[in-house]
Design a protein around this ligand. Structure first.
Ligand SMILES: C[S@@+](CC[C@H](N)C(=O)[O-])C[C@H]1O[C@@H](n2cnc3c(N)ncnc32)[C@H](O)[C@@H]1O
Length: 326
């Protein structure tokens, strides 16, 4: 029996998506027929999976994302945030970091809303091919080494990419260790000139956007051995309020530390978080670091979801991680 579907769909092909499929490999051909009688797994759909499928089918933003070739509906949230807060600048070159960029909708939006010479770096713990005009590294933002790699990327793009390529090439066996920095791909049409205000400053980034949340270990979809679709094999939020909230606080704070290390004075930070008891602590730290901090839930974010966004503008000069966290 063949199981053919992303983890999010629980390993079940929704009949509306795929009626049948013939797989050919040399002279072997195998036919998959999706019907209630042939697929016992489809009848095992849990009620939450059925709800998720029905909601996706009827969702305005999901349909629109498909029409517009946007990698996920999340892209609309960033568009809405930008319409209100004007973070991207078409007439000014910006250095932009997209944390947790996979599958890549925010990066697509960033590339479309910013100056063509802007440098955009996507960072994700999962392997994912970035959209056109965006570079990416596979790395864990909770690792200090990742922060250094991001800095080096903006200071000396070519050298960093060469080193990552070399490190990748010397790995005999592909490492599954998610904290290993590894080149996934280098965007096309990258500007070769590095954009730094002050020569000896570490403040090299204009904007950090973060839509991260904790990816859960893979539970299904093991048949799929291509790495590009890894994102779809992972479940995302656990559904456990306290766990999602705690994990999102850690990720937002890792993003804030990155901002305090690399963001130019006046720069901006957008981060998604799952609301809960500790978000006031995060907000307090953000206020110490930025002139303006606003909680904003874009219309594209589902009202039943506990996700919310902090939009922080005007990075204050001279604020250090020690000053904010200690
Ligand atoms: C909601 S998805 C991002 C969607 C993306 N903004 C888009 O528009 O397509 C959250 C991402 O955060 C990533 N992530 C979670 N923890 C991470 C970490 N510690 N370091 C890097 N990426 C992480 C996950 O792998 C996942 O791809």
């Amino acid at each position: 029996m063949i199981t053919l579907i992303p983890a999010r769909l629980g390993g079940v092909i929704p009949s509306t998506h795929l009626k049948s499929l013939t797989i050919k490999y040399h002279n072997i051909s195998c036919r998959y027929q999706s019907s209630s009688s042939s697929s016992s797994s489809s009848s095992k759909k849990s009620s939450s999976q059925s709800r998720w499928l029905a909601r996706s089918r009827n969702d305005f933003y999901t349909r629109k994302a498909k029409e517009m070739n946007m990698r996920s509906r999340a892209g609309f949230k960033l568009q809405e945030i930008n319409s209100k807060f004007h973070l991207f600048n078409k007439s000014k070159v910006q250095n932009i970091v997209d944390l947790g960029f996979a599958p890549g909708a925010w990066s697509q939006v960033a590339a479309s809303l910013s100056h063509t010479n802007s440098k955009i770096l996507g960072v994700d713990i999962l392997p994912c091919k970035p959209p056109k005009g965006v570079s990416s590294i596979q790395a864990n933002i909770l690792s200090k080494r990742t922060h250094q790699t991001i800095y080096e990327y903006f200071v000396n793009n070519d050298k960093v990419m060469m080193n990552l390529k070399k490190r990748h090439a010397t790995n005999d066996q592909e490492s599954t260790d998610a904290v290993t920095d590894k080149l996934v791909s280098l965007g096309e049409d990258l500007p070769t000139k590095t954009i730094i205000d002050k020569k000896d400053s570490r403040q090299v980034v204009d904007l950090v956007i973060s839509d991260m949340y904790d990816p859960l270990p893979q539970v299904t979809g093991f048949w799929n051995n291509t790495t590009n679709t890894a994102y779809y094999r992972m479940a995302n939020t656990s559904g456990l309020k306290a766990k999602d909230h705690g994990a999102s606080m850690d990720l937002c704070e890792a993003g804030l530390i990155l901002c305090l290390e690399l963001l130019k004075d006046g720069g901006a930070y957008v981060c998604k978080f799952y609301s809960g008891g500790e978000d006031v602590v995060l907000e307090h730290r953000l206020r110490k670091s930025f002139d303006s901090v606003t909680r904003f839930k874009p219309p594209a974010s589902r009202s039943e979801s506990r996700e919310d966004y902090f939009v922080c503008r005007g990075r204050k000069p001279g604020v250090t991680p020690r000053g904010v966290f200690v």
